[in-house]
Design a protein around this ligand. Structure first.
Ligand code: NAD
Length: 493
């Protein structure tokens, strides 16, 4: 494995790399419990310096007046640097989050793709000449907002960072990136590459630290004109309140409790592989994890029995082992929260069909491991079936008919994603219309394309990311009227 070169104890603040003046945080490798580094977070004063720097850089004609195809070059350069450093970024992210190298390599590639897609959007965006109703020409255009606050979660740092920085820069803004408290290292490594790309100084700052201090200071800073947030629903609500006070736009990508549905006629092999990938990849730490499984009652026992057999055989281990399928949780504290949810499920009367414990064996004692777990025997309104666990925990429920399925599947506050497994595409299509979710996968799961919008319904989010209109969320619309009649307006004469 390539040696992991951890970023030093520094943050990127207004174009300068220096130690943050906030509190120190310990960054731990969740596979071993080993201290990776101690990092000083930013302080509210650092946030202020970064916001001023980003505002200055965004307003500088060197950036503000740059033609789209020239601005796009910076995004391409960042993408090239990510590709050239993909192995190192993957190693850092595996050390920081515990994820498998296969996954962190894919996340780095996806981040590069995001910068390229944002560059393509920038080069092809068009403004509209609108139908005029008088002696004037009307044009509607889009301008940058200024400074964007980007607040990211810990589960897929480089991909979520790119999904915020790339469209914000393409749209002409400066960015203040706040990585999650537990996983700042990949974002700082990405910050180094952004510095190396030659992007105007100060345009992007990377500000690690506590959410309640650094995140809060970013959202409330007077120069921040938009917030893009990905994280838990409760934190999202706090951020939205603060944004509402300032009357600034906010986009929120929040939690989920997504249903996967197996109909009687599903291809069982395909459905088993899809259901297991949907919940146990990323150790279930995915907003779109298919964490509630609904199986037609006629095939319930057989399907769930086979699922449990296969789940028992999943290989649990460190992210650095190429054979690992289920890597450790991001942090020991998070592992303990997941374990507490399984205890709650037991109290609620669940049957633990497999897992439900930390794995046994010396190789697991120091890491934040938890066995992939399958539960059943609970009603759809049990807390275990309603609340986001964000770990490798699947709860199975039978359904009788379509009405019963739709009622149960839609019975949570979330509406992020859904998977449907069946050979009957007409039925899948009909069901997909009735499920309250921003994304529905039919006979596939957890697939993504930058060109396809991603939206959370209900308490899973506000606004959309990706797709053709992505940059518009980072811009302000302006309409221009250009008079064509040299005569004075009649009222004044
Ligand atoms: P979190 O809500 O605890 O933290 C998210 C970010 O917000 C972190 O950077 C944190 O430091 C910051 N923060 C915390 N308090 C803040 C405050 N008062 N003001 C401003 N910022 C603050 O979430 P997490 O535990 O890091 O991530 C897991 C959650 O993220 C899950 O609920 C998951 O579903 C969600 N998520 C959603 C998506 C999506 O696209 N819908 C993607 C990934 C993760």
């Amino acid at each position: 494995m390539t040696e992991t070169v951890l970023p030093p104890d520094e943050a990127l603040i207004a174009g300068r790399w220096r130690t943050g003046s906030g509190a120190p945080t310990e960054v731990v490798d969740p596979a071993t419990g080993r201290l990776l580094t101690t990092l000083h977070g930013a302080s509210p004063e650092d946030v202020d310096a970064a916001a001023r720097g980003a505002s200055r850089a965004a307003a500088d004609p060197a950036w503000r007046d740059l033609a789209p195809h020239l601005r796009a070059r910076y995004l391409h350069r960042i993408a090239e640097l990510i590709d050239a450093n993909a192995d190192r970024l993957s190693a850092i992210q595996t050390a920081d989050t515990g994820k498998t190298r296969t996954e962190t390599r894919a996340l780095a590639a996806s981040a590069a793709g995001t910068f390229r897609y944002a560059a393509a959007l920038l080069e092809t965006a068009e403004d509209a000449l609108t139908p005029s109703r008088g002696a004037y020409v009307t044009v509607t255009t889009h301008e940058p907002i200024g400074v964007v606050g980007a607040i990211a979660p810990w589960n897929s740092p480089i991909a979520s960072d790119a999904q915020k920085i790339a469209p914000a820069l393409a749209a002409g803004n400066g960015v203040l990136l706040k990585p999650a408290d537990w996983t700042p290292l990949t974002s700082l490594a990405l910050g180094r590459l952004i510095t190396d790309s030659g992007l105007p100084e100060g345009l992007v700052s990377v500000l690690p630290g506590r959410g309640s201090v650094v995140g809060d200071a970013i959202v409330k800073h007077p120069l921040v004109g938009k917030v893009t947030f990905t994280g838990g629903t409760n934190t999202g609500r706090t951020v939205a309140h603060a944004a509402a006070e300032k009357l600034i736009p906010v986009s929120l990508e929040l939690g989920g409790k997504s249903p996967t549905v197996v109909l009687e006629d599903a291809d069982v092999e395909q459905a088993l592989a899809g259901v297991m990938y949907g919940i146990f990849s990323s150790s279930g730490q995915s907003c779109i994890a298919g964490s509630r499984l609904f199986v037609a009652r006629a095939i319930y026992d057989e399907f769930v029995g086979e699922l449990v057999e296969r789940t028992r055989k999943l290989r649990v281990g460190p992210g650095t082992d190429a054979a690992t399928q289920v890597a450790p949780m991001v942090h020991h504290r998070h592992r303990d929260q997941v374990a507490a949810y399984v205890d709650l499920a037991r109290e609620e009367g669940a049957r633990v069909l497999c897992g439900g414990a930390v794995p046994e064996g010396e190789q697991y004692t120091e890491g934040a491991y938890y066995l992939p777990t399958v539960l059943d025997g609970l009603p759809a309104d049990a807390r275990t079936c309603q609340e986001e666990i964000f770990g490798p925990v699947l709860v199975c429920l039978p359904f009788d008919d379509e009405e019963d399925l739709v009622r149960q599947a839609n019975s949570t506050v979330y509406g992020l994603a859904c998977g449907i497994w069946t050979r009957d595409l007409a039925r899948a299509w009909r069901l997909a219309q009735r499920i309250e979710a921003g994304t529905v996968w039919i006979n596939t799961y957890k697939q993504f394309s930058s060109s396809t919008p991603f939206t959370g319904w209900k308490e899973s989010g506000l606004g959309s990311e990706k797709g053709r209109d992505w940059l518009r969320g980072y811009q302000r619309q302006k309409s221009l009227y250009l008079g064509t009649d040299p005569a004075p307006l009649p009222w004044a004469s």
